[in-house]
Design a binder for this molecule. Structure first.
Ligand SMILES: Cc1cc2nc3c(=O)[nH]c(=O)nc-3n(C[C@H](O)[C@H](O)[C@H](O)COP(=O)(O)O)c2cc1C
Length: 157
């Protein structure tokens, strides 16, 4: 059986909850990408063009620092979860992807959002881990059940 890891980043806990449920549902290990420093409410104010989130969104080349960068050694299948920020992942996800070797590994994305689904497929992230085998992901609601998450994970296995 392949060894599975669920990795996530979460600013306000929604993606964390879905990631925890997914890991439990498929009996995978769980690890967090931790931004350095952690996000404050002010940092993620999308109405403020000078907020940390707005500034990273404006600069495609930015690779913001992370204080926890989960290892993928020994895992075959990695699920990567993130909140959709302007239809993509926080750039810390790219920092993480570009710090590890995904040769021979499968990455499947999942995302949470207020309503958007664009960006959940993960295609925009492929160039940060070109050696991975990428599987298109999907968006989940904040209250996605373990049963729903397991059915999805089984469907792509
Ligand atoms: C900076 C920022 C940008 C966002 N952009 C979008 C968006 O484009 N579309 C959307 O549906 N939700 C958007 N959201 C809402 C988040 O995707 C949503 O609240 C998500 O579930 C938060 O996950 P978290 O609690 O794991 O951080 C945005 C939130 C933030 C903070």
């Amino acid at each position: 059986m392949s060894k599975q890891l669920v990795v996530y980043i979460s600013a306000t806990g929604t993606t964390r909850r879905v990631a925890q449920n997914l890991a439990k549902a498929i009996d995978a290990d769980l690890a967090e990408i931790v931004p350095a420093p952690p996000f404050t409410a002010q940092d993620i104010d999308w109405t403020d063009p000078t907020s940390r989130a707005s500034r990273q969104h404006a600069d495609r080349a930015m690779r913001p620092p992370i204080s926890a960068s989960p290892s993928v050694d020994g895992y075959d299948e990695i699920f990567v979860g993130y909140p959709l920020w302007w239809d993509t992942a926080p750039r810390e996800v790219r920092t993480w992807l570009e710090s590890h070797d995904f040769t021979g590994k499968t990455i499947t994305t999942f995302a949470t959002s207020s309503s958007s689904t664009r960006g959940a497929l993960g295609e925009q992230l492929h160039d940060s881990a070109p050696d991975a085998h990428w599987v298109n992901g999907r968006r989940f609601a904040a209250n996605a059940s373990e049963a729903e998450l397991k059915a999805w994970a089984d469907s792509i296995a």
